[in-house]
Design a protein around this ligand. Structure first.
Ligand code: PGA
Ligand code: ZN
Length: 427
């Protein structure tokens, strides 16, 4: 085991997959320099921690020099000399130094980059893979939920629903699931190009196609067609999942979707019909981020059949998750480390969710980088699910490829969610 003392911490402004600045943090130790990069969302939840941006002219106001300075001038002096293997202590020092609920002093982007770098440095100090360092003995690879049609804020089309995902439920190991997903993705590409012309295979922020659709069912039908053409049985081998990001099309309780304006009750009927007509296993953010009671109603009506995920509603925040649990709103937490700012707090959010019988899906952001930490986090938590975009574009495939390597390293020990994972519950 190497001497795990933090010798220095440095920030740097780098670019994310959308070409916007983000924070990279570098931790110097006696055994090397280890770094991590903060991701960045587009359809962010109102209650996420603050992503500190400079304003002004540089990068259209999106520069992160202040956050970088906070790493260099405020965080670094406090962390120097600390044991890099004690992630919780490092995160706690930053939380206290920041002192705000919204992480607005240091910036959530500064903190998350340092926290992820500390996690990676701790793993290196212990001579362990990151997932093993975070949770010893972890071995459950996640089912990939691959976003193959992008809509909402991630594309420039009329699709209101943000993410149309495929879930290879019939796969018995991660590498098979990824291959099946990639096959369906490539088949969808051919179908879209043949049916709607070459412009239909332009891609959105998460690598999914952005065809000129303005109706949810058009997208779902195209994907089902692709699953069949790729040689798989919809619902048995490859199922579907949605991230509606409904706050983006909700205005004062009225939801504008598929060229209609519907109230809460009609919205429930709308989703019911989708669940009836398509092999959906998971729906994320089906309602506005503040509509806990409607989320609870949706969970009561459909929660045994499909996983109901809170993303913008829960924001990886134990207080928001606790509120959801008390109202029985949703049955699954989307876990994004940068929504809360530190790895330790996001692991607390997962723990609380599991204790209440909620599931957890580890997630990327629409603005991503080459950083692969979330792949390890998904394995560490043993949550059995990850969503990290299409099986295309390097910032997405970096995570999937990391999982391939983890699967290989674990060898016979590697586990994968069984075919029953998404089966409807009886009670
Ligand atoms: P975001 O989208 O990163 O733009 O917030 C991802 C999601 O909503 O899950
Ligand atoms: Zn989401």
């Amino acid at each position: 085991m190497a001497d795990g003392k933090v010798l220095n911490v440095r920030g740097r402004e780098v670019l994310d997959s959308r070409g916007n600045p983000t924070v990279e943090a570098e931790i110097t130790t006696s055994f090397g320099v280890i770094s991590a990069i903060a991701p960045s969302g587009a359809s962010t939840g109102t209650h996420e921690v603050l992503e500190l941006r400079d304003g002004g002219k540089r990068y259209g106001g999106k520069g992160v020099q202040k956050a970088v300075q906070n790493v260099n001038k405020l965080i670094a002096p406090k962390l120097k000399g600390m044991d890099v293997t004690d992630l919780r202590a490092i995160d706690q020092v930053m939380i206290e130094l920041d002192g705000t609920k919204t992480k607005e002093r240091l910036g959530g982007n500064a903190m998350v980059a340092v926290s992820l770098a500390a996690a990676r440095a701790g793993a290196a100090a212990n001579g362990l893979e990151l997932h093993e360092h975070l949770v010893p003995g972890s071995k459950l690879l996640p089912m990939p939920m691959m976003n193959i049609i992008n809509g909402g804020k991630h594309a420039g089309t009329g699709l209101k629903i943000q993410e149309f995902m495929i879930v290879p439920v019939g796969a018995t190991k991660f590498s098979d699931a990824l291959r099946m997903g990639a096959e369906v993705y490539q088949t969808l590409r051919t179908i879209l190009k043949e049916s709607f012309g070459p412009a239909a295979i332009n891609v959105g922020d998460e690598g999914g196609f952005a065809p000129p659709f303005d109706d949810t069912r058009q997208a779902l039908d195209a994907i089902v067609k692709a699953i069949v053409k790729a040689g798989y049985e919809p619902g048995k081998e490859v199922s579907l999942a949605l991230d509606c990001a409904a706050s983006e099309f909700c205005d004062q309780g009225v939801y504008s979707i598929d060229k209609r304006r519907v109230g809460p009750q009609d919205l429930m009927d709308y989703y019911s019909a989708l669940v009836r007509d398509y092999p959906l296993v998971s729906i994320e953010d089906p309602v506005d981020e503040e509509a806990f009671d409607l989320m609870a109603l949706m969970t009561l009506r459909m929660g045994r059949k499909v996983q109901i995920i809170g993303d913008d509603m829960f924001v990886t925040n134990v207080e928001r998750i606790r509120k959801a649990i008390s109202k029985k709103a949703g049955n699954c937490t989307l876990l994004k480390v940068n929504q809360i700012g530190t790895v330790s707090e996001s692991m607390d959010a997962a723990k609380l969710s599991f204790e209440a019988g909620y599931r957890v899906v580890v997630s990327h952001r629409s603005g991503e980088t080459e950083d692969t930490s979330i792949a390890d986090l998904a394995v560490a938590l043993g949550c059995g699910q990850i969503k990290t975009g299409a099986p295309a574009r390097a910032e997405r495939t970096a995570k999937y490829n990391r999982l391939l390597r983890i699967e290989e390293m674990l060898g016979k020990k590697a586990a994968f969610p069984g075919a029953d994972f998404y089966k409807p519950k009886k009670s």
